[in-house]
Design a protein around this ligand. Structure first.
Ligand code: ZN
Ligand code: ZN
Length: 140
C-alpha cells in the first residue's frame, strides 16, 4: 500500500490500485456519476453543459468521466472532447482511433509520455488551484 494524493481534494490516502480518489471523493464521484447516468437516461440528447448546469456538477468532472470512458457522447456535434495528441474530436476516452493505433506502435513510449506530460500539466494547473485552500503542498 502506498500513500498518494487524492486527485480531487489533494488529501493523502492509501492507494488501493483502483481509485485515484480518496474514499470521500470516491463516494462523491460515484454519486455524481449515478446522477449523470440517470439524467442521461431521461435526457438522452443532453449536452455536457446542460448536464453540468442541471445537476450542478463541474464540467471538468463530467469530462473526466468521458476520459475514463465511463460516459460516451452520443451526439456527434458535441465537440468538446478532443484527442490529447492530435486534437481531433472524439466521443469517449482520451485518444482518437488513429492515435490509439499510433500509441500501440513502436513510438508508443514517446507518444504516451508526451500525452502524459500534457495531461499532467493540465492537471497540475487545476490541482494548484485547489491546493490554494490547503495549508501545505506536499507534491512536487
Ligand atoms: Zn479526496
Ligand atoms: Zn488523435
Amino acid at each position: 500500500m502506498k500513500l498518494v494524493n487524492c486527485k480531487r481534494c489533494g488529501k493523502l490516502f492509501q492507494y488501493n490500485g483502483i481509485s485515484q480518489y480518496c474514499p470521500v471523493c470516491m463516494r462523491y464521484d460515484e454519486e455524481n456519476f449515478k446522477k449523470i447516468k440517470e439524467y442521461l437516461y431521461e435526457h438522452p440528447k443532453a449536452t455536457l453543459f446542460q448536464v453540468a448546469e442541471d445537476l450542478d456538477i463541474p464540467v471538468k468532472m463530467i469530462e473526466h468521466y468521458l476520459k475514463e470512458g465511463r460516459l460516451e457522447i452520443v451526439e456527434s456535434e458535441n465537440l468538446f472532447l478532443k484527442c490529447e495528441i492530435c486534437g481531433t474530436s472524439i466521443k469517449s476516452g482520451r485518444y482518437c482511433d488513429k492515435c490509439v493505433r499510433y500509441l500501440d506502435s513502436d513510438l508508443k513510449k514517446a507518444a504516451s509520455e508526451a500525452a502524459r506530460n500534457l495531461l499532467m500539466q493540465r492537471e497540475r494547473r487545476d490541482e494548484r488551484m485547489r491546493y490554494l485552500n490547503k495549508n501545505k503542498i506536499k507534491k512536487f
